[in-house]
Design a protein around this ligand. Structure first.
Ligand code: CO
Length: 134
């Protein structure tokens, strides 16, 4: 059911420093920061030949990234995103298997303008999983 790895998202305590590390030290193609108030994050996209990295930084009062950074002050992997062809079919299949879909279970428009859902990390070996319809 799941397809390609779309991205790995890393929460960072200093967005500019992290972007510069990927650009300078690691020699990656790094985009400009994008503010996404609906998701409570500012994102920097890093394009790799086979996938993307998303650097996440808190935006606004109730950012889920702020709580994550409070627990992980030096930053860390926040979630991984797999591509699916049909997000509603994927959701229904996962629910039937007992997996918990976060929020109200309805897909939201994610950082790439495509429908996304998040799955409870306790149901997936401690990893927050995002599904993105491509
Ligand atoms: Co993501």
């Amino acid at each position: 059911m799941i397809g390609r790895l779309n991205h790995v998202a890393i929460a960072v305590p200093d967005l500019e420093a992290a972007a510069e590390q990927y650009r300078g030290t690691l020699g990656a193609r790094v985009g400009a920061p994008q503010h996404e108030p609906d998701h409570g994050v500012t994102v920097v996209f890093i394009e790799l030949p086979n996938t993307k990295i998303e650097l996440l930084y808190p935006l606004g009062e109730n950012s889920p990234i702020a709580a994550f950074l409070a627990r992980n002050p030096s930053g860390g992997i926040h979630h991984i995103c797999y591509e699916v062809e049909d997000i509603l079919a994927a959701r229904d299949r996962l629910r039937a298997a007992g997996a918990r879909v976060l929020g109200d279970g309805e897909p939201r428009i994610g950082a790439h303008g495509k429908p996304v859902l998040f799955l409870h990390p306790k149901d997936f070996t401690g990893t927050l999983v995002e599904l993105e319809q491509v």
